[in-house]
Write a protein that binds this ligand. Structure first.
Ligand code: DGJ
Length: 562
């Protein structure tokens, strides 16, 4: 594997030499050496124990995470389809929509009500169609298990579950009313969901154990209660009046007591969370015993009240599904549900500050960052670069297919499509660079028309908006959509791209062009892992910084100190 990587880099530079041999023989020799250095710098990333035959898995190094697919870090440029698009009638438009989005991974639901319409009789026809269709369209798949919970309700459970509240008891509100959420305290419900999930994972292993089309499985969807902070059934109340279980006390570093004594005003929510985390953990453990691929949960996060005006009160069970892994619960969830590989926030606010707060809250030493759902609207386009800069293993806008449309060859979401086309042309390289901590991003913010990115002695100054005149501040863009990606390939070598931004390098504490200069700025692209240079940029294209408009320019820069 590592040998192959070296060969790919060498091949990339051999082709550079052929193209520019006469004029740039000396320069190419230097590039070859530095690119070999860069290749060597990548070598430890893959890890000697990773093999192409291994199923996908999450790996950690120095607090950074990667999703390894066939032995290489993989960046999910995903698109989640609409809730009712996981049906044969919709798949043709799904594939076209994914292609128009330039996504490399489709997120598609599997409905409990669909695969087990009759108890114990499983039908995986649609799962097969999703996996085969994805292969035919050169996509990977994230499967979403819509089981006991979907958006804090139970709307995707089979009719035979909905119709048997005795066997599958519902959450009871404080006023004694049952609601459309199943109680996680019922062993019978847990066993039924678990049996279906286990059957699904067994089937996945049979169809994908070798090919690794399916990368991740999401277990449940935005689990929790909408409509009550906890289950107030008799059995739940009895348990709530008793002592807090030892595993939760240990996880929360609390001493003995009742729920109310240990958790005060949060006791109801923590009670719900505890039962839910244990319930899902048991389902995941059983599923992974059949097929060991990463499983995660997604979260309806706790928004500031103003973000959701229709839910003004920040109360669990009203503002968000109570029991879910909202920001304050992530740590407890990680400890109580160790079988789960990741907890991913669904982020539907384009408020850049809050977006970054959420990236921070879910990117923890014990939790890889993964954005399983986010907004598809234009303001979310630039936020992709925050996720990339924070080391996310993937980013996936929701609702990106075009239900009912026969020929969605044009995406309605060109901002995401542009990002995915640009980064998708080198997604393997970007995933490597993220995992090695060598990639940084700049995202324009109001009033911040320049930004500095630091790289051990070198700094990149990013200036947003054009035209940029000598001696004047960059103008910024009208709607703050300027972005840049800068990644260090070697001591003096960088990969750079961006949109409506210029990038110039300088030594820390020095002005650009003082004791430093470009040795070369090569415009080009990666093809199957090999860099193909198309021309050298110089003069007006580099003297005031390398300029990036919206044409998906990518450059490799080599710098010199003098
Ligand atoms: C979040 C859910 O997880 C999705 O399934 C979908 O319902 C979206 N909300 C709709 O905005």
């Amino acid at each position: 594997m590592n040998q192959l990587l070296v060969e790919m880099f060498v091949y990339g530079y051999i082709s550079v030499e052929v193209t520019f041999f006469m004029n740039f023989a000396l320069l190419s020799g230097r590039l070859l050496r530095s690119s070999l250095l860069a290749a060597v710098a990548f070598l430890p990333l893959v890890g000697s124990s990773a093999h192409a035959a291994d199923p996908p898995r999450i790996v950690e190094k120095d607090g950074r995470y990667a999703l390894l697919v066939d032995g290489h870090p993989y960046l999910i440029l995903g698109g989640q389809i609409h809730n009712s698009s996981g049906w044969p009638s919709e798949l043709p438009q799904v594939w076209q929509s994914m292609e128009a989005l330039h996504a490399n991974t489709v997120e598609a639901p599997v409905y409990w009500e669909q695969i087990e319409a009759q108890p114990g009789q499983f039908n995986f026809t649609i799962v097969d169609q999703i996996v085969e269709g994805a292969r035919a369209h050169n996509l990977h798949v994230v499967l979403l298990w819509f089981g006991t919970w979907k958006n804090g309700n139970m709307h995707y459970v089979p009719a035979w579950v909905k119709q048997d509240p005795k066997r599958f008891p519902r959450v009871i509100r404080a006023d004694g009313e049952p609601i459309d959420v199943l109680s996680p305290l019922a062993r019978t419900t847990l066993e039924a969901d678990k049996a279906a999930f286990v059957a699904l994972m067994r089937h996945l292993k049979s169809i994908d154990g070798e090919q690794h089309t399916v990368l991740l499985v999401q277990v449940e969807n935005e689990s929790g209660n909408i409509g009550s902070v906890r289950d107030f059934s008799e059995i739940a109340n009895r348990e709530f009046a008793g002592q807090v279980p030892a595993d939760l006390l240990a996880a929360a570093q609390k001493s003995q007591g009742t729920w109310a004594q240990a958790f005060g005003g949060d006791a109801d929510e923590v009670f719900q969370m505890y039962h839910q985390a244990k319930y899902i953990n048991e389902i995941v453990s059983a599923g992974k015993a059949e097929f060991q691929i990463p499983c995660y949960i997604n979260v309806w996060v706790d928004y500031p009240a103003a973000e959701l005006p229709q839910r003004q009160i920040d109360t669990p069970g009203i503002a968000y599904p109570s029991g879910g892994a909202v920001q304050k619960m992530v740590g407890l969830w990680r400890k109580l549900a160790p079988a789960i590989d990741m907890i991913g926030p669904d982020i539907y606010t384009s408020d850049s500050r809050f977006y970054r707060e959420l990236l921070h809250d879910y990117h923890r030493p014990d939790n890889p960052l993964w954005i399983p759902e986010t907004g598809r609207e234009e303001p979310f386009g630039r936020l992709f670069y925050y996720a990339l800069g924070a080391g996310a293993i993937g980013f996936s806008p929701f609702g990106i297919d075009h239900p009912g449309k026969a020929d969605p060859t044009e995406t309605k979401f060109p901002w995401h499509a542009r990002n995915f086309a640009l980064i998708g042309s080198m997604d393997g390289e970007i995933a490597d660079l993220e995992f090695s901590g060598k990639l940084k991003t700049a995202v324009e913010e109001p009033g911040e028309v320049t930004q500095e990115l630091d790289f051990n002695g070198w700094q990149a100054t990013v200036a947003f908006g054009f035209p940029q005149f000598d001696g004047r501040r960059a103008p910024g863009t009208k709607d703050q959509h300027g972005t840049a990606v800068v990644a260090q390939l070697g001591p003096n070598e960088f990969l750079v791209t961006g949109s409506d931004a210029s990038v110039i390098f300088h030594l820390t504490g020095q002005l650009p062009w003082m004791h430093s200069e470009f040795l070369s700025v090569e415009e080009g692209r990666y093809e199957n892992g090999a860099w193909k240079s198309s021309r050298l940029l110089n003069g007006d294209e580099t003297d005031r910084g390398i300029q990036f408009h919206d044409d998906e320019t990518v450059v490799r820069v080599t710098l010199n100190r003098f």
